[in-house]
Design a protein around this ligand. Structure first.
Ligand SMILES: Cc1cc2nc3c(=O)[nH]c(=O)nc-3n(C[C@H](O)[C@H](O)[C@H](O)COP(=O)(O)OP(=O)(O)OC[C@H]3O[C@@H](n4cnc5c(N)ncnc54)[C@H](O)[C@@H]3O)c2cc1C
Length: 547
């Protein structure tokens, strides 16, 4: 259900006569970080005289607009970012321009949480949520000087086209809009689909799903997934229950609270772990080092649409990774990097190998061991990612090359975009105590026996971007043929300004629903994609045209 909010907190005061002048109506459906980015881009890109014509309605079920569900400020501080704060700056929209420090996350922290205001910190997601909500309040105030802006709390399910406009109908009222933006991200935080035979509980929201009522102290748990969500769940069940990690000689040491489960057995199809992100203790690499590789990739934009992932992109990545190791005095060839990668990605990994890989990445990340191939590959992927995103997005690859990219991207997610090193250390400490273990994928035929072995079965795998919420807004739009799925990537196909095409003019989609067609959406970075800014330019032009 939908309800209109005129909250004191947001200071929404408009008279009905004001409403009449604001004739160009925009709906923003979903106001997590990307919905907020749309509002900010509108304020920056549209002239004041045209802003006065805007009536913007935000539809969002959560209270903390800008933070949304993922950065909910009320969630536990055990749940940390996987990105250091030096990379977090809501106001930075251009990679070639720095913003002033006071506006960045580091600047904001020095005012609100001075203990955390160091650029290599990985802060709780809840605190990033507070920052994003503050950014939202600033944008709201700026827009409110000129435009008519409202927030309706609720979930939109029904959006339809009527003549030249769009109708949002909540069953009570039907509202007309000239432009609609869908920024519904994860559509809430949802689990991946599982077989109906398996009785598993999703781990989010962790506060209720993993509460002591549902998962009692001393229970035996079987946990599906070995990614960031699994790490969130494991830490909530241990550190989130007053367990303590104290400094040890090498790894941290876990001190039990006796409120945690007696055992958490984790399993995943590949068994491969996520590797630790480097810390500031590592020798930095000069930014000039990357220039020739970036230029090489950029040069290939001319063949966009005809690119082969392996020949055009991957070979540059492994060359750069080898060169990085050569810079640090190690004689490693691109062939050796490739051989390591093939060894890593080919087989299911057993517990001992997986633990060794985590431990090695932890040591490298903390500067206790020399840089190695997995670090070099991860660092290269992170540094060349903007160019890779530019080459692959919008159908840059030849169709036959897509599945090779997809498989590589999945592996590189583990190698390059893993958790902060301290969380890998905690996981290793829990493995050492025997609380966390890795087990083989339970066979379907064995499911009933498995149920006897475990008190609780948990699912820590998020719905993939292409698993749209059943009967949700996007599924409904796809079923109605309003938005189109691109066949190779199974993503919603959009233009460079987020528009879904001439058949549905006035509708734009940004973020996770387009993943694959647009690569690398699951990030707070605003410099990786220009779609939101392009969209605001389109709106600015349309306002001028219809003035
Ligand atoms: C558990 C988790 C941890 C993450 N950690 C990191 C991290 O550390 N660093 C990082 O860079 N990225 C992280 N991400 C990626 C994250 O998705 C992005 O950083 C960012 O949240 C994307 O913003 P968004 O606005 O596109 O989507 P979302 O944040 O998902 O926001 C979408 C909003 O739309 C609303 N909504 C959904 N459906 C409807 C509807 N039908 N009607 C109205 N409103 C609707 C939701 O309530 C939500 O507020 C994480 C993601 C998850 C799931």
């Amino acid at each position: 259900m939908m309800s209109t909010l005129s909250t004191d907190r947001l200071d929404v005061v408009h008279s009905s006569s004001q409403r009449d002048v604001h004739s160009f109506r925009i709906a923003i459906i979903g106001c997590g970080p990307r919905g907020l980015q749309c509002l900010e881009a509108i304020f920056r890109r549209v002239e004041v005289s045209q802003l006065k014509r805007l009536h913007i309605i935000i539809f969002e079920p959560t209270d903390t607009l800008g933070a949304g569900r993922i950065y909910d400020p009320s969630q536990s501080h055990v749940l940390k970012m996987n990105l250091a704060i030096q990379y977090l700056d809501f106001w930075r929209t251009d990679k070639d321009k720095q913003t002033c420090r006071s506006m960045s996350m580091v600047g904001w922290l020095s005012q609100h949480y001075p203990d955390m205001a160091m650029s290599d910190q990985f802060v709780p997601r809840a605190i990033v949520g507070e920052y994003l909500h503050d950014c939202f309040k600033t944008v709201w105030k700026s827009l409110k000087q000129y435009a008519f802006i409202e927030w309706k709390r609720g979930i939109v399910q029904d959006l339809r086209q009527a003549d030249q406009s769009w109708i949002i109908d909540d069953g009570l009222t039907a509202e007309r809009f000239d432009h609609v933006v869908v920024t519904t991200g994860h559509e809430g935080i949802r689990a991946s689909r599982i077989s109906d035979r398996v009785r598993e509980e999703f781990v989010f929201p962790v506060e209720t799903q993993l509460s002591r009522d549902r998962v009692s102290p001393g229970t035996k748990i079987l946990l599906r997934g070995f990614g960031l969500t699994a790490i969130d769940a494991i830490l909530m069940l241990t550190e989130g229950r007053e367990g303590k990690f104290v400094e040890g000689s090498h790894l941290p040491v876990y001190v039990k609270s006796l409120q945690e489960p007696s055992r958490i057995d984790i399993y995943s199809r590949s068994g491969r772990p996520m590797l630790a992100k480097p810390t500031a203790k590592m020798e930095p690499i000069q930014s000039d080092f990357w220039q020739p590789f970036k230029a090489d990739l950029d040069g290939k934009l001319l063949r966009h649409g005809h690119l082969q992932f392996q020949e055009d992109i991957w070979f540059v990545v492994i060359e750069a990774a080898a060169a990085l190791l050569n810079e640090s005095g190690q004689s490693v060839t691109a062939e050796q990097v490739q051989a390591w990668y093939q060894g890593w990605s080919r087989y299911e990994m057993n517990f001992a190998a997986s633990r060794r890989a985590m431990l090695q990445s932890y040591d490298v990340a903390n500067g206790h061991r020399p840089k190695d191939i997995p670090f070099a590959l991860g660092e290269t992927w992170r540094k060349l990612y903007p160019e890779i995103v530019g080459l692959i997005s919008h159908g840059g690859l030849k169709i036959e090359s897509w599945s090779y990219y997809q498989t590589t991207q999945r592996e590189m997610e583990r190698i390059a975009f893993g958790p902060p090193a301290f969380n890998v250390g905690k996981l290793l400490a829990l493995m050492r105590t025997g609380i966390v273990r890795y087990c083989k994928v339970p066979q379907q035929s064995n499911q009933d026996n498995q149920c006897d072995l475990y008190d609780v079965r948990l699912n820590a795998v998020l719905a993939a971007p292409q698993e749209f919420q059943s009967r949700g807004l996007l599924s409904n739009l796809i079923a109605a043929g309003v938005v189109q799925i691109e066949k190779t990537t199974n993503a919603i196909r959009i233009n460079r300004d987020g528009g879904v095409g001439p058949h549905a003019s006035g509708l734009s989609v940004f973020g996770r629903a387009t993943e694959g067609w647009v690569v690398g959406n699951d990030t707070l970075s605003r410099t990786l994609h220009q779609h939101v800014d392009n969209w605001a330019e389109t709106i600015a032009a349309e306002l001028v045209k219809t003035a």
